[in-house]
Design a protein around this ligand. Structure first.
Ligand code: SAM
Length: 320
């Protein structure tokens, strides 16, 4: 445990290899969702995306509100503040996260409460109609960790359970990663650790096989979706690397994601996607651009400079 905490602070790729190997060898993740010695740091980082999450809160319909996978609890706090007369309940599958949240609820005398369990069992865990179910950075984890891993079937089961629990006129509010539209991207690897981290990422990413075309000593080409996964794991840094390589952040491109959700919720006769302003449908979270500046240069398949891919999306599905 001492070594793990030390390795999590080092930026060289070799430390990442050791860290992941130790976690795997000794089964040090208490469950798939725990972050070993870095759990507190990880949850603090989640809480730091607070202002971005605040925007999502405005899409919530008050009344009875459930957040699936509250993790560090920042969204529960935001919901409680924004909707003082609503009932706010968190449901998390990680024992570690639930125990920490229960302690925090007691310490700060929160009105929200927390329930331990898998979101697939939402109907049993929180009986009765719900006005909004919030999924903030959760569906990509369901996709990445539920066996068989990296299959949409598990996301579908969780979404179906949430939609079934909604009152009519109720909402699913989803904030998560988003896959870029199909395309090719070229990376110029400028930072001293960029090449080694890319090679390690390619070897360890568990979501799918990453195909890299070598264009030169510091240049590679890959799909836009693979580039997005690598760039944002690289941005998060060494402490979260062993966990991020286990997850796929963007599970579908925006339009496909919306179409899939509506279909899982019974089709257009039963559900529809609420219209959202284009700038919040899909966007780049602040921080990524600054972090990657001077470290990696991005161009398209014809060497034209391009923007970083959007990191996040917001989707609202309403029950008719
Ligand atoms: C990345 S954290 C998100 C934290 C929080 N929603 C936020 O945005 O600050 C994901 C959380 O989802 C939980 N989780 C993952 N799969 C779940 C499932 N099937 N049912 C309930 N919780 C789940 C994890 O335990 C973890 O606490």
């Amino acid at each position: 445990m001492t070594l793990l905490a030390l390795y999590e602070t080092r930026s060289q790729a070799t430390f990442h290899v050791m860290l992941k190997a130790l976690c795997d060898l000794y089964g040090l993740r208490k469950d798939e969702l725990d972050r070993v010695a870095n759990e507190a740091g990880y949850l603090a980082a989640m809480n730091a995306a607070r202002s971005d999450k605040q925007r999502m809160i405005e899409l919530v319909k008050p009344g009875r509100i459930v957040e699936i996978g509250p993790g560090g609890g920042v969204v529960l706090d935001l919901l409680e503040q924004r909707f003082p007369t609503s009932e706010v309940i968190g449901v998390d599958a990680s024992r570690e996260a639930v125990d920490a949240l229960a302690r925090r609820a007691r310490a700060q005398a929160s009105r929200w409460r927390i329930v331990h369990g898998d979101a697939e069992r939402l109907g049993e865990l929180v009986p009765g109609p719900i006005d909004t179910v919030v999924f903030c950075s959760v569906l990509h984890e369901v996709y990445s960790y539920t066996e068989p891993r990296f299959s949409l079937a598990s996301v579908r089961r969780v979404v179906e359970a949430a939609f079934a629990a909604l009152a009519s006129g109720g909402r699913l509010v989803i904030r998560d990663g988003v896959q870029p539209p199909p395309g090719r991207r070229r990376l110029r690897l400028l930072a001293p650790d960029a090449r080694a981290t890319l090679e390690l990422y390619t070897a360890q990413f568990e979501g799918r096989r990453i195909e890299i075309t070598e264009l030169g000593p510091d240049r590679v080409e890959l799909s836009a979706a693979d580039a997005m996964e690598f760039l944002y794991t690289y941005t998060w840094g060494p402490a979260s690397f062993p966990y991020e390589v286990r997850e796929q952040y963007g599970i579908l491109p925006y339009d496909d994601y919306v179409a899939q959700l509506v279909a899982w919720c019974g089709g257009p006769g039963a559900a529809h996607a609420a219209p959202l302003p284009p700038e919040i449908r899909s966007y780049l979270q602040p921080g990524y651009r600054q972090h990657l500046a001077g470290k990696i240069e991005l161009t398209d398949g014809h060497d034209r400079p391009v923007e970083l891919p959007d990191s996040n999306c917001l989707i609202v599905i309403e029950k008719r």
